[in-house]
Write a protein that binds this ligand. Structure first.
Ligand code: FDA
Length: 437
């Protein structure tokens, strides 16, 4: 038989692939790590604004989306944030906590890449990079990979090529294609942690707000297709108190990215633009004898640009817009808001101020889509967890085939959870490979 022989071939030298390769190789297996990219681990490099938000201290199954939300439990328990911190300490990499348990490198993401590279070297992992895999086939004693560097034979194969987000960095659907080839079911992949966009006409009035950011409470009510094909409305399953960013095409910022992972076409989203403050009370209490305009009064609690532009835009956009239909089937929101910003607070009827407050606390919108894989941080969906053993990440249907990292239908919230899943699933797989010999 021609070609190199290995115990394990890992395709994808990213976060999960390097971790699995290092763990298996350090336990004595002959491992080859194959990646088509010219530069190692580009997603780690660009992550967290160049400082890599490499884990979250609060990581638990509650921050992951999956058809089986419990699937990630065992890998997270076996290798959690504390274990990764031990690894960084051993390599003298320092870090800091930024926000809600999110940990970032003090220095740069490059230090995480070097930790993983050194761990691979410590185990004697062989590299094939850049090297494309043209085809994968089953053999009596494992798998055959036809690569640019010639055929490779391996007793076990690990699919670790991640998701399809940022194709401009070389992201592909390789793991999903090969998983399908071996009969594994796939949960439909889609962009997640991604900006939401709106119909150009509907959004035009808000275009002037591009760049404005503020803390809001976001929620969405899922209107999803059930297994039986029936459309059903479920109570809001996701709510986040996070920053919102207006863009030229729609909405972004951490809050929207979080919500986008739950959002499906047709789902309305609800935004409380002044969480924790009763705007009806603020406006009505401030009203007596107040000569400032309603917009000026709003500017005391909001960024000035938002106060000036949103009120006018909301009045205009409500007219006949789907948002208006959702918020107010009677269509009176537009009438209540039109011209209100320029009125003196003292002259504004209480009824219109209360309607404004209601709109501020429950701004309903219907995005037309997401900004797609080019702007997404991750792919949600992927290889169905029903197909995999949660301790080894090995296929039940195709023994010897493992799938790890983002290619699996386990998607973390924004905030370091996706890397934690990459580390945890990589270690679980690496240990299982070693145990299997
Ligand atoms: P990963 O993408 O890391 O690695 C896959 C590897 O497979 C790559 O090296 C790729 O070249 C290779 N590959 C792909 N197709 C191939 C093929 N056909 N043949 C051979 N090789 C192939 N998460 C987080 O927790 N904190 C953060 O701060 C960020 N920040 C962030 C910013 C941006 C801009 C993005 C796009 C993503 C993030 N993420 C993140 C998400 C995080 O980067 C992601 O979830 C993990 O890198 C997934 O790890 P994997 O190992 O599964 O794939």
């Amino acid at each position: 038989m021609s070609g190199d022989r290995f115990d394990v071939a890992v395709v994808g030298a990213g976060a999960a692939g390097m971790m699995a390769a290092a763990v298996a190789a350090q336990r004595g297996l002959r491992v080859v790590l194959i990646d088509h990219a010219a530069r190692l681990a580009e997603k780690i490099r660009i992550s967290g604004g160049g400082r890599c938000n490499f884990t979250n201290l609060g990581a638990s199954p509650a921050q992951f989306l999956s058809r089986n939300p419990d699937f990630c439990r065992s890998a997270l328990r076996a290798y959690g944030p504390g274990d990764f911190l031990d690894l960084l300490r051993a390599h003298r990499v320092s870090w800091h906590e930024k926000h809600r348990g999110q940990l970032f490198c003090d220095d740069s993401s490059e230090s995480i890449i070097q930790v993983l590279r050194r761990e691979c070297e410590a185990g004697g992992v062989r590299w094939r990079m850049p090297c494309a895999v043209r085809a994968v086939g089953r053999e009596a004693d494992g798998f055959r990979l036809d690569t640019d560097a010639g055929p490779i034979h391996a007793a076990r194969l690990v699919l670790a090529t991640g998701g399809m987000a940022i194709p401009q960095l070389g992201a592909t659907d390789f793991s999903l294609r090969i998983a399908r080839q071996f009969g594994l079911k796939i949960v439909e992949p889609r962009p997640a942690l991604v900006p939401l966009i709106f119909d150009a006409d509907q959004w035009r009035p808000y275009g002037a707000l591009a760049g404005v950011s503020l803390e809001v409470r976001l929620s969405h009510e899922a209107a999803v297709i059930d297994g039986g094909g029936k459309r059903s409305r479920r109570p809001a399953r996701a709510e986040f108190l996070e920053d919102l960013l207006f863009t030229h095409r729609g909405l972004s910022g951490p809050g929207i990215l979080q919500l986008s992972s739950y959002w499906r076409a047709g789902d309305p989203i609800r935004i409380d633009l002044s969480p924790g403050r009763d705007m009806a009370e603020v406006l009505v209490t401030a009203k007596p004898g107040n000569r400032q305009t309603v917009a000026a009064a709003l500017a005391q609690v909001w960024p000035r640009r938002l106060a000036e532009a949103w009120l006018g835009a909301a009045g205009a956009a409500c007219k006949g817009a789907r948002a208006d239909d959702l918020a107010n089937p009677g269509g009176s929101v537009a009438d209540d808001l039109r011209g209100l910003g320029g009125l003196r607070l003292a002259d504004a009827p209480d009824r219109r101020l209360r309607a404004l407050a209601e709109h501020i606390h429950g701004w309903m919108l219907c995005p037309t889509g997401t900004a797609g894989y080019k702007k997404a941080e991750v792919m949600s969906g992927g290889v169905d967890t029903d197909e995999l053993d949660q301790r080894s990440l090995e296929s039940r249907r195709c023994p010897g085939l493992h799938v790890i990292g983002e290619a699996v239908d386990v998607t973390g919230w924004l905030g370091g959870y996706n890397f934690q899943w990459a580390w945890s699933s990589g270690v679980a797989c690496g240990r299982a490979l070693a145990a299997a010999g």
